[in-house]
Design a binder for this molecule. Structure first.
Ligand code: ADP
Ligand code: MG
Length: 708
C-alpha cells in the first residue's frame, strides 16, 4: 500500500514536460534546451526569483528617477512603429489616470503590436528608466486586465528566470507561471509526500513538503513564502549532508585499509633524535588522529587544514615514517616543481641518518633516472617518493603503496586524487593538506565526505606580520625600506601577477618590473633571483636555491613561488598589483615571510583606482593574519562557484540554498543529519522510511545496496 503511494508520486512528476497542458512538443524542446526542464518534477522545482504583488499597483505620477520595478494599471492611449532598420521600435503610451508612461519594444514588434488595442486595459510590469526626462519601460511584461480575471488568484505572482529565446515564444518570466499554476493545481498532497521525519519537522517547525512546494510558487503572503523557502533550503542541505554522512559511514564501516599497527624504530629514532623542534599541541593531536585512522583497518581519507606556516610538512613526514615502519611505501604529491624540490631537500636532509630511501620524481626527471626510479618503486627499494603530478601517470607503479599525501590540495582535482587509489590493491590511506584554510561551510559541503583535522595553532615565537597597503607612487619608499632590511641581513620577495603564465602582457610587466628592481639594486652590491613559469625547471630551481642560500637578496617572481616555499630569512613580501590577486592567494603569498624569528612585513602595492571588492580585499589583508577568517571573507566576496578546485565538485549545486547566505541552515542540517545517523545508521526505523526511499531514488539502487 505504502509502496503504491510512492509509485503514484513518481508517476505524475516523472511525466515528460510536453504532456503538461499548454506545453506540447515544440515548447517542451525549448524548455529542455533553455532551462533543463524535462519533466513535471523539473518544472515543480523551477524556483521563482521574485514575486510581484498584484495588489500593489503604482501610479505614474509617483515615478521618480529612483524608481526601480513598478506595476501600472492603465489603458493604451497610442501605439505605433517608429524608426527604421536597427532603430525600428514599437512605442506605446499607457495612461493610468495620473500620468502617461512610454512602453518600448525592440524585438517581437509585430507579434506584440497585434496584441495591443487602443483603450484596452493592461497590467504592465517592468523596470523604469528615463529617456529625455520621460519615464519609460523597455520590454515590459504585459497582461490584459479585467476584474474577473484577478479574482481567486494568488495576489503574489511568481516570476521565473527565463531567456531571450523563451520570451520570444511567449514563455517570459511571468508567463511560465501559467505552467506552474497548471501543474500545482494537478498535484495533491500524496504527490509530494513528506520525506523528513516527524521529529525534525516538529523540532524545527518546518512547513510540510507539499505546502512548501506549492507556496514556493503561489504563496498566500510573504511570510508563508519565507517559511516555504526555509523548509526547502533545509531539505536541500539536509539531504546533501545525509548523503555525505552515509558515504563517510560506509567508508568507515566497509572500506578495507592497510593497517599501520605499530610505531616502529624509524619513527621513534627520528622523533627522539632528529626532530628539529618540539611539536605544537595541535600537531601532536593531528598525528594522533591520523594514527587512530591508519591503525583501524579502514581506509583513511582525511583533510588536514592548517593556516600558512602552521607546520603541516612535519606532520606529513611523521606519518610517512609510520607507513615505512609498517612495511609500506609512501608518496608525497606537491603542486609545483619548486615545492617538490624543496620538500625533497628538506626531507632527505632530515632523514639522512636513517635507513630510508627517498627519491624525487617530476616532469623534468631525466629518462635514465626515471627508469631507475620506476623500477625501484615497483620492486620496493624506494620507501618514499616525492613528486609532482608526474607521480599520477599510469607508468608509476608501487610494490605496496600504503599512504599518499597530497600537499597544498587546491591545485589537485578530485579525479586526480582518485588516480592514487588505483595504485595499490588495497587503496592507500590518503591525507590531503590544504594550502590555506577552507571556510567551514565549504569543508562541510565540497569536502564533506572526508574526515577533517585542523592545526589551529602556530609554532611558538612567530611574530605577526605587519601588512600595509601603499599606492604605486610610493614605490621608491618601499624600495628604500627593502634596502634597509637587506642591510640588516634580511631578504625580500617582490611578486608580480602572472595569472596565466602564457599571457604576454603580464610577462612583459614582469620583465619591466625586474629591470626596475635592478635599477634600484644594482649588481654587484645586490643580487637578484627571478623565477617564473616560462623558465625551465632547472633554471627555476637554481634561482630558488640561490635565494634560499642567501646568495641573492631579492626574489622577483610570479605566483609560481606562491605555495609552500620556505625561506625563513626573508622578511619582506612586496606584492605588485595586489588588487589583481584573490584573498587566499594574497594570504598564501604573505605566508612566505614571518617564518623566522624576525619581524616581517607585507607590502601591498596597487594603483589608486580600485573597485570596491579589491579595496575590501586589501583592507582585510591589512586587518588580519588569520587564515580562517580570511577564508570566510573570501567565500563571501567571491561566492562558492569561484573557489578553486570546487567548481567541478557538484557538491555545491544547490538549487535554492546558498552556503554563504544560508550558513545557519547548513549548520542545522549538518547537526540534524549527524544526529539522525547516530540514532539510526541504516535508516531502518519506520520514521525514516520515507527519507530512505527518497535517498534511494536519488542514489540509485546499486550504490545504496552497500548500505542497506
Ligand atoms: P605549512 O603548514 O604552511 O606547510 P611548514 O610545514 O612549511 O608550514 O612549516 C613552516 C615553518 O615552521 C617551517 O620552517 C617549519 O620547519 C617550521 N615549524 C613547523 N613546526 C614547527 C614547530 N612545532 N616548532 C617550530 N617550528 C616549526
Ligand atoms: Mg606547506
Amino acid at each position: 500500500m505504502y509502496f503504491c503511494l510512492i509509485k503514484g508520486t513518481v508517476d505524475i512528476l516523472a511525466n515528460p514536460i510536453e504532456y503538461l497542458k499548454g506545453v506540447g512538443p515544440q515548447r517542451a524542446d525549448l524548455l529542455k534546451k533553455e532551462l533543463n526542464i524535462y519533466t513535471f518534477k523539473d518544472m515543480l522545482e523551477l524556483v521563482p526569483y521574485r514575486h510581484i504583488d498584484k495588489t500593489r499597483v503604482n501610479q505614474v505620477r509617483d515615478i521618480t528617477p529612483q524608481t526601480d520595478f513598478i506595476q501600472i494599471k492603465g489603458v493604451i492611449r497610442s501605439f505605433g512603429i517608429v524608426g527604421e532598420k536597427r532603430a525600428k521600435r514599437l512605442v506605446a503610451e499607457i495612461f493610468d489616470g495620473t500620468g502617461t508612461l512610454e512602453l518600448i519594444w525592440f524585438q517581437g514588434i509585430t507579434y506584440i503590436q497585434k496584441s495591443l488595442a487602443l483603450g484596452q486595459a493592461f497590467l504592465v510590469y517592468g523596470k523604469v528608466s528615463f529617456f529625455q526626462g520621460k519615464p519609460q519601460i523597455t520590454h515590459p511584461e504585459m497582461e490584459t486586465y479585467s476584474r474577473e480575471k484577478m479574482e481567486g488568484k494568488s495576489t503574489l505572482e511568481p516570476v521565473y528566470p527565463s531567456t531571450e529565446k523563451l520570451k520570444a515564444r511567449g514563455m517570459g518570466g511571468r508567463q511560465l507561471g501559467v505552467f506552474t499554476e497548471t501543474l500545482v493545481k494537478m498535484l495533491q498532497e500524496n504527490n509530494i509526500p513528506e520525506i523528513l521525519p516527524d521529529s525534525i519537522l516538529q523540532h524545527l517547525q518546518l512547513m510540510p513538503r507539499y505546502k512548501a512546494f506549492t507556496s514556493m510558487h503561489f504563496p498566500p503572503d510573504p511570510q508563508t513564502w519565507e517559511k516555504a523557502i526555509d523548509r526547502l533550503k533545509f531539505e536541500e542541505f539536509f539531504i546533501a549532508q545525509l548523503r555525505m554522512g552515509l558515504l563517510r559511514q560506509q567508508r568507515h564501516r566497509y572500506s578495507r585499509g592497510v593497517v599501520f599497527s605499530q610505531v616502529g624504530e624509524i619513527f621513534n629514532t627520528f622523533y627522539e633524535k632528529h626532530l628539529p623542534f618540539q611539536l605544537t599541541g595541535a600537531q601532536k593531536r593531528v598525528i594522533k588522529e591520523i594514527r587512530r585512522d591508519t591503525g583501524s583497518g579502514k581506509q583513511m581519507n582525511r583533510l588536514l587544514q592548517g593556516d600558512v606556516g602552521s607546520g603541516k610538512t612535519i606532520v606529513a613526514l611523521l606519518v610517512l615514517l609510520l607507513a615505512i615502519d609498517n612495511g609500506y611505501q609512501g608518496c608525497l604529491l606537491a603542486p609545483t616543481e619548486i615545492l617538490t624540490q624543496q620538500h625533497y631537500n628538506n626531507i632527505s636532509g632530515l632523514l639522512k641518518e636513517l635507513p630510508v630511501k627517498v627519491r624525487i620524481l617530476t616532469g623534468s626527471t631525466k629518462t635514465k633516472e626515471r627508469k631507475e626510479i620506476l623500477q625501484q618503486l615497483e620492486d620496493g627499494t624506494i620507501h618514499f617518493v616525492v613528486g609532482t603530478h608526474a607521480l599520477l601517470e599510469d607508468s608509476v607503479k608501487f610494490k605496496n603503496l600504503g599512504l599518499a599525501i597530497v600537499d597544498e590540495q587546491h591545485r589537485f582535482g578530485v579525479a586526480q586524487r582518485a588516480k592514487l587509489w588505483q595504485k595499490a590493491v588495497v587503496p592507500p590511506h590518503v591525507l590531503v593538506m590544504t594550502a590555506t584554510p577552507i571556510p567551514r561551510t565549504l569543508a562541510m559541503t565540497a569536502y564533506g565526505d572526508l574526515d577533517t583535522s585542523i592545526i589551529d595553532e602556530l609554532p611558538p615565537n612567530r611574530k605577526p606580520i605587519l601588512t600595509v597597503h601603499r599606492n604605486d607612487d610610493k614605490r621608491s619608499e618601499v624600495m628604500s625600506f627593502i634596502k634597509a632590511e637587506i642591510v640588516k641581513g634580511r631578504q625580500a620577495y617582490i611578486i608580480f601577477p602572472l595569472i596565466e603564465e602564457s599571457e604576454k602582457l603580464d610577462y612583459e610587466n614582469l620583465m619591466k618590473g625586474y629591470e626596475n628592481v635592478q635599477a634600484y639594486f644594482p649588481e654587484p652590491k645586490y643580487w637578484i633571483s627571478m623565477v617564473h613559469g616560462r623558465q625551465t625547471a632547472d633554471v627555476r630551481t637554481t634561482n630558488m636555491q640561490r635565494f634560499k642560500a642567501n646568495d641573492t637578496q631579492i626574489m622577483v617572481g610570479t605566483t609560481v613561488i606562491e605555495v609552500g616555499v620556505d625561506v625563513p630569512n626573508a622578511s619582506v613580501m612586496v606584492i605588485e598589483n595586489a588588487e589583481k590577486f584573490g584573498l587566499s592567494q594574497l594570504h598564501q603569498l604573505r605566508g612566505r615571510v614571518g617564518r623566522g624569528a624576525e619581524k616581517s612585513f607585507c607590502i601591498l602595492l596597487s594603483g589608486s583606482k580600485l573597485n570596491n571588492d579589491a579595496r575590501e580585499r586589501l583592507k582585510i589583508m591589512c586587518a588580519t593574519n588569520d587564515g580562517f577568517k580570511i577564508a570566510e571573507k573570501d567565500l563571501e566576496l567571491r561566492g562558492p562557484g569561484d573557489i578553486e578546485g570546487t567548481r567541478q565538485s557538484g557538491a555545491l549545486n544547490f538549487k535554492l540554498a546558498s552556503i554563504v547566505q544560508d550558513k545557519k541552515w547548513l549548520e542545522i542540517a549538518r547537526e540534524m543529519a549527524e544526529r539522525l545517523l547516530d540514532e539510526d545508521p541504516d535508516l531502518t526505523s519506520a520514521n525514516n522510511l520515507q527519507l530512505k526511499n527518497h535517498l534511494q531514488s536519488l542514489t540509485g539502487k546499486t550504490a545504496w545496496s552497500k548500505i542497506s
